[in-house]
Write a protein that binds this ligand. Structure first.
Ligand code: 5GP
Ligand code: ZN
Length: 114
């Protein structure tokens, strides 16, 4: 697996450690960190350590590696109900052009409205 890096990409710089983040979990090819503007407590972003804009651009081996981490993060929140969101493209509300999965805990009816 050959990593792809973009030095102008916010999330690539988070992977590199140039931009700080609060890391939740990490594997060799994937990283989970807290969202800076959480929709609910524990809102976490899970990303492959590979610069691809959309899920369609992401090599399958990275997708296969990031999936189990998304699940692990969702279970680690300790909240039984949650949203997993993954936006592709501006019309779909993607703001950061590096594939990411949102894990958004739903601890009650009010928090985490998406
Ligand atoms: P999108 O709208 O692209 O699906 O989600 C991008 C997410 O990245 C947003 O929820 C936003 O709060 C988060 N985000 C943007 N900049 C930063 C940052 O510098 N650090 C962290 N941890 N999250 C960020
Ligand atoms: Zn990137």
């Amino acid at each position: 697996m050959t990593a792809q890096f973009d030095d102008k990409c916010l999330f690539c710089l988070i992977v590199k450690g140039t931009i700080p983040s609060f890391k939740v979990l990490e594997t060799e090819h994937s990283l989970a960190f807290l969202d800076i503007n959480p929709v609910s407590e524990g809102h976490t972003l899970v990303i492959p350590k590979y610069h691809a804009r959309t899920i369609g651009d992401l090599p399958d081996e990275y997708l296969a590696e990031v999936g189990p981490l998304v699940k692990k993060v969702a279970l680690a929140t300790g909240v039984e109900q949650y949203n997993i969101l993954q936006n592709n493209g501006k019309l779909a509300f993607q703001h950061v052009d590096h594939v990411h999965f949102h894990v958004i805990p739903k601890p009650n009816e009010k928090e985490g409205l998406v």
